[in-house]
Design a protein around this ligand. Structure first.
Ligand SMILES: [Zn+2]
Length: 191
Protein backbone atom coordinates (compact mmCIF):
# COMPACT_ATOMS: atom_id res chain seq x y z
CA UNK A 1 0.00 0.00 0.00
CA UNK A 2 1.40 3.35 -1.01
CA UNK A 3 1.49 6.06 1.62
CA UNK A 4 -0.89 8.83 0.66
CA UNK A 5 -0.80 12.12 2.50
CA UNK A 6 -3.66 14.47 3.27
CA UNK A 7 -6.30 12.43 1.52
CA UNK A 8 -8.72 9.66 2.28
CA UNK A 9 -9.33 6.49 0.34
CA UNK A 10 -11.34 3.28 0.30
CA UNK A 11 -9.87 -0.20 0.53
CA UNK A 12 -11.96 -3.38 0.29
CA UNK A 13 -11.09 -6.86 1.58
CA UNK A 14 -13.46 -9.43 0.09
CA UNK A 15 -13.77 -13.15 -0.52
CA UNK A 16 -15.70 -16.21 0.63
CA UNK A 17 -16.18 -17.33 4.20
CA UNK A 18 -12.96 -18.66 5.80
CA UNK A 19 -10.80 -16.62 3.41
CA UNK A 20 -9.32 -14.56 6.25
CA UNK A 21 -11.14 -11.25 5.66
CA UNK A 22 -11.65 -10.39 9.33
CA UNK A 23 -8.09 -11.41 10.19
CA UNK A 24 -6.82 -9.02 7.52
CA UNK A 25 -9.15 -6.23 8.70
CA UNK A 26 -7.94 -6.66 12.29
CA UNK A 27 -4.31 -6.73 11.13
CA UNK A 28 -4.78 -3.37 9.40
CA UNK A 29 -6.61 -1.92 12.43
CA UNK A 30 -3.79 -3.01 14.76
CA UNK A 31 -1.16 -1.45 12.50
CA UNK A 32 -3.11 1.82 12.34
CA UNK A 33 -3.28 1.86 16.15
CA UNK A 34 0.46 1.19 16.41
CA UNK A 35 0.82 4.25 14.17
CA UNK A 36 -1.21 6.23 16.74
CA UNK A 37 -4.08 6.86 14.36
CA UNK A 38 -7.58 7.25 15.74
CA UNK A 39 -9.57 4.20 14.60
CA UNK A 40 -13.28 3.36 14.84
CA UNK A 41 -14.53 -0.14 13.99
CA UNK A 42 -18.13 -0.96 13.05
CA UNK A 43 -20.18 -4.00 12.14
CA UNK A 44 -23.87 -4.49 11.32
CA UNK A 45 -26.27 -5.12 14.18
CA UNK A 46 -28.29 -8.17 13.18
CA UNK A 47 -30.10 -8.56 16.48
CA UNK A 48 -30.99 -6.46 19.54
CA UNK A 49 -28.57 -7.90 22.03
CA UNK A 50 -25.55 -5.66 22.18
CA UNK A 51 -24.21 -2.34 20.94
CA UNK A 52 -20.61 -2.92 21.95
CA UNK A 53 -19.28 -6.03 20.30
CA UNK A 54 -16.04 -7.50 19.04
CA UNK A 55 -14.96 -8.43 15.59
CA UNK A 56 -13.82 -11.99 16.26
CA UNK A 57 -12.08 -14.13 13.68
CA UNK A 58 -12.12 -17.91 13.30
CA UNK A 59 -8.66 -18.08 14.87
CA UNK A 60 -9.79 -16.09 17.92
CA UNK A 61 -8.19 -12.76 17.05
CA UNK A 62 -10.42 -9.82 17.98
CA UNK A 63 -10.86 -6.07 18.20
CA UNK A 64 -13.51 -3.81 19.76
CA UNK A 65 -16.32 -2.75 17.44
CA UNK A 66 -19.66 -0.94 17.61
CA UNK A 67 -22.71 -2.68 16.12
CA UNK A 68 -25.02 -0.35 14.19
CA UNK A 69 -28.48 -0.88 12.70
CA UNK A 70 -27.77 0.81 9.36
CA UNK A 71 -25.30 2.88 7.37
CA UNK A 72 -26.89 6.19 8.43
CA UNK A 73 -26.25 5.46 12.11
CA UNK A 74 -22.71 4.40 11.24
CA UNK A 75 -22.06 7.74 9.52
CA UNK A 76 -23.50 9.71 12.46
CA UNK A 77 -21.17 7.92 14.92
CA UNK A 78 -17.93 8.67 13.05
CA UNK A 79 -16.10 11.36 14.98
CA UNK A 80 -14.48 14.33 13.23
CA UNK A 81 -10.95 13.46 14.38
CA UNK A 82 -11.21 9.78 13.43
CA UNK A 83 -8.59 8.93 10.83
CA UNK A 84 -9.41 5.29 10.06
CA UNK A 85 -12.90 3.78 9.77
CA UNK A 86 -13.02 -0.03 9.60
CA UNK A 87 -16.23 -1.88 8.71
CA UNK A 88 -16.69 -5.66 8.92
CA UNK A 89 -19.47 -7.80 7.36
CA UNK A 90 -20.26 -5.11 4.78
CA UNK A 91 -22.60 -7.46 2.88
CA UNK A 92 -25.21 -7.23 5.66
CA UNK A 93 -25.49 -3.42 5.43
CA UNK A 94 -28.03 -1.50 3.32
CA UNK A 95 -26.86 -0.09 -0.02
CA UNK A 96 -26.50 3.32 1.63
CA UNK A 97 -23.13 2.05 2.87
CA UNK A 98 -21.66 2.80 -0.57
CA UNK A 99 -22.40 6.52 -0.31
CA UNK A 100 -21.39 6.61 3.37
CA UNK A 101 -17.95 5.16 2.51
CA UNK A 102 -17.56 7.62 -0.37
CA UNK A 103 -18.38 10.57 1.92
CA UNK A 104 -15.98 9.39 4.63
CA UNK A 105 -13.14 8.93 2.12
CA UNK A 106 -13.94 12.34 0.57
CA UNK A 107 -13.62 13.83 4.07
CA UNK A 108 -10.04 12.53 4.24
CA UNK A 109 -10.54 9.31 6.16
CA UNK A 110 -9.01 5.93 5.34
CA UNK A 111 -11.95 3.54 5.02
CA UNK A 112 -11.29 -0.21 5.30
CA UNK A 113 -14.23 -2.47 4.43
CA UNK A 114 -14.34 -6.27 4.72
CA UNK A 115 -17.19 -8.37 3.40
CA UNK A 116 -18.45 -11.29 1.37
CA UNK A 117 -18.52 -10.41 -2.32
CA UNK A 118 -20.77 -13.38 -3.22
CA UNK A 119 -23.80 -14.87 -1.48
CA UNK A 120 -24.34 -18.63 -1.05
CA UNK A 121 -25.73 -18.79 -4.61
CA UNK A 122 -22.53 -17.28 -6.03
CA UNK A 123 -24.29 -13.97 -6.81
CA UNK A 124 -23.02 -10.43 -5.93
CA UNK A 125 -23.88 -9.75 -2.28
CA UNK A 126 -25.32 -6.45 -0.94
CA UNK A 127 -23.20 -3.29 -1.17
CA UNK A 128 -19.83 -5.13 -1.47
CA UNK A 129 -19.67 -5.21 -5.31
CA UNK A 130 -20.29 -1.44 -5.62
CA UNK A 131 -17.72 -0.77 -2.89
CA UNK A 132 -15.17 -2.87 -4.81
CA UNK A 133 -15.80 -0.76 -7.91
CA UNK A 134 -15.34 2.51 -6.02
CA UNK A 135 -12.28 1.48 -3.99
CA UNK A 136 -8.70 2.54 -4.62
CA UNK A 137 -7.58 -0.90 -3.39
CA UNK A 138 -9.29 -4.28 -3.54
CA UNK A 139 -7.92 -7.48 -2.04
CA UNK A 140 -9.88 -10.55 -3.06
CA UNK A 141 -8.86 -13.33 -0.70
CA UNK A 142 -9.22 -17.03 -1.46
CA UNK A 143 -10.07 -19.77 1.00
CA UNK A 144 -9.28 -23.43 0.36
CA UNK A 145 -11.97 -25.67 -1.11
CA UNK A 146 -12.94 -28.23 1.52
CA UNK A 147 -13.78 -30.77 -1.23
CA UNK A 148 -10.76 -30.66 -3.54
CA UNK A 149 -8.13 -28.34 -2.06
CA UNK A 150 -8.20 -25.78 -4.88
CA UNK A 151 -8.42 -22.06 -4.10
CA UNK A 152 -12.05 -21.30 -3.16
CA UNK A 153 -14.00 -18.10 -3.78
CA UNK A 154 -17.51 -19.46 -3.10
CA UNK A 155 -19.43 -20.02 0.11
CA UNK A 156 -21.40 -23.27 0.25
CA UNK A 157 -24.47 -23.19 2.48
CA UNK A 158 -25.56 -26.52 3.92
CA UNK A 159 -28.89 -27.17 5.62
CA UNK A 160 -28.98 -30.51 7.46
CA UNK A 161 -25.80 -31.38 5.58
CA UNK A 162 -27.36 -30.83 2.12
CA UNK A 163 -26.61 -27.95 -0.31
CA UNK A 164 -29.13 -25.12 0.18
CA UNK A 165 -31.47 -24.38 -2.74
CA UNK A 166 -31.20 -21.12 -4.67
CA UNK A 167 -34.72 -20.15 -3.57
CA UNK A 168 -33.82 -19.97 0.12
CA UNK A 169 -33.42 -16.51 1.70
CA UNK A 170 -29.96 -14.91 1.49
CA UNK A 171 -29.69 -14.09 5.19
CA UNK A 172 -30.85 -16.56 7.85
CA UNK A 173 -29.82 -15.25 11.26
CA UNK A 174 -29.60 -17.96 13.86
CA UNK A 175 -30.71 -20.75 11.55
CA UNK A 176 -29.28 -24.24 12.08
CA UNK A 177 -27.07 -24.42 9.05
CA UNK A 178 -23.41 -24.57 8.21
CA UNK A 179 -21.06 -23.09 5.65
CA UNK A 180 -17.99 -24.32 3.77
CA UNK A 181 -15.53 -22.67 1.42
CA UNK A 182 -15.70 -24.28 -2.03
CA UNK A 183 -14.24 -23.67 -5.46
CA UNK A 184 -16.26 -22.95 -8.63
CA UNK A 185 -16.28 -26.64 -9.57
CA UNK A 186 -17.42 -27.98 -6.19
CA UNK A 187 -19.94 -25.23 -5.32
CA UNK A 188 -23.50 -26.62 -5.46
CA UNK A 189 -26.75 -24.64 -5.72
CA UNK A 190 -29.71 -26.92 -6.54
CA UNK A 191 -32.45 -25.11 -8.52
ZN1 LIG B 1 -13.22 -27.71 -5.16
Amino acid sequence: MHLMKDMGWLEVICGSMYSGKSEELIRRVKRAKIGRLKVQVFKPRLDDRFNKVNVVTHNGDQTDAVAVVDSGVLFSLVEDDTEVVAIDEAQFFDNGLVDVCRRLADKGKRVIVAGLDLDFRGQPFGPTPALMAMAEYVDKLQAICIKCGNPANRTQRLVNGQPAKATEPTIMVGASESYEARCRRCHEVPR
